[in-house]
Structure formats: structure tokens, C-alpha cells
Design a binder for this molecule. Structure first.
Ligand code: FES
Ligand code: FES
Length: 168
């Protein structure tokens, strides 16, 4: 079976009905994708298949042949928002034990910049966390996707600000 995982083609000899979750973890060594419930209830195993967040514990690997599969290991290369999400989870306390965190980040990845709190809640509705409660997780995603979130000011911006201050 020929799969494309994190932009890389892999030829694997696996039963077609094997769970995508098991193939990722056991055959590909991509253990960032976690198993929680194993039955589609918790979202810990979320990956992207052709840009859509799915529970990999429910997907037979044969169903993703010819699709683009992205796991947490490939998230940063696939989407620019992944790094901001990872940083925001650290900064805003969205992760404690971390078991749900890869799934939360993968579920949040398809969201657009500036997503509303309701859109964030809907995107993460299938993901459970037993540690933090959800407020810090929603805050983390909101902060990462906020258009107002900017990096440190550039040197040009700092020079302009100091010239402006001198004129006043
Ligand atoms: S392990 Fe897949 S949804 Fe829980
Ligand atoms: S951080 Fe532990 S389950 Fe969510």
C-alpha cells in the first residue's frame, strides 16, 4: 500500500483494514498521534486527511490510500499556524499531561486566522481533555489564531516609534 504521510511517500505492507492510528504509530513510528478511547470518542488520535481532521482510530488504512495524511510530526511543515498553536498551548497553559494536545492542535489546524470562540469550540467539540478544563485550551487556540498576535517589533518600527517620541 502506498501512503503519503507528512508529504513523504511510504510503501507499507499492512492489512487494508488496519487502523490508521496503529499504522502511524507502529509501522511508521509516528507516536505523536495518541490513542485515548480507541472508539472515536476522545479525539486524541486526530490527524488531517486531505486537510480534514479525522479520528485515525476509526479509519481503515485502505481508506487513505492516495490521500495526504498529516500527523502532529508534520503539522509545522504543512501549516504555518501549527508552530503558533504549539507555542500558545505552552504560553496559555493549554497542556498539562499533554495526551490530548496533539489531537487538539490537529483539530485546530484547519481553522482560519481570526476564528471566533464559537468556531474554535465547534472545531474542538470532538476532543476531550481530562486535565486542564477547556478554557485554557480555547484561550490557547484563540491566542494562536488572533490576527492581533504579532512578533516583536521590527527595528524599523522601533526607530519610527523613537523618532515619533522625540518629536512630541
Ligand atoms: S482514540 Fe480515537 S477518538 Fe479516542
Ligand atoms: S492535557 Fe491531559 S488530557 Fe488534556
Amino acid at each position: 500500500m502506498l501512503l503519503t504521510i507528512n508529504g513523504r511517500q511510504r510503501r507499507l505492507t499492512v492489512p487494508p483494514m488496519a487502523r490508521l492510528l496503529d499504522v502511524l504509530r507502529e509501522d511508521c513510528g509516528l507516536t505523536g498521534t495518541k490513542e485515548g478511547c480507541g472508539e472515536g470518542e476522545c479525539g486524541a488520535c486526530t490527524v488531517l486527511v486531505d486537510g480534514v481532521a479525522v479520528d485515525s482510530c476509526l479509519v481503515p488504512v485502505a481508506h487513505v490510500e492516495g490521500c495526504q495524511v498529516v500527523t502532529i510530526e508534520g503539522a509545522a511543515a504543512a501549516k504555518r499556524s501549527a508552530k503558533a498553536l504549539q507555542n500558545a498551548f505552552v504560553e496559555h497553559g493549554g497542556a498539562q499531561c499533554g495526551i490530548c494536545t496533539p489531537g487538539m492542535i490537529m483539530a485546530a489546524l484547519p481553522l482560519k486566522a481570526g476564528a471566533s470562540r464559537d468556531e474554535i469550540k465547534t472545531a474542538l467539540a470532538g476532543n476531550l481533555c481530562r486535565c486542564t478544563g477547556y478554557i485554557s485550551i480555547f484561550n490557547s487556540v484563540e491566542a494562536a489564531l488572533s490576527p492581533a498576535k504579532k512578533g516583536p517589533p521590527s527595528r524599523v518600527a522601533l526607530r519610527r516609534a523613537s523618532a515619533h517620541a522625540r518629536r512630541r
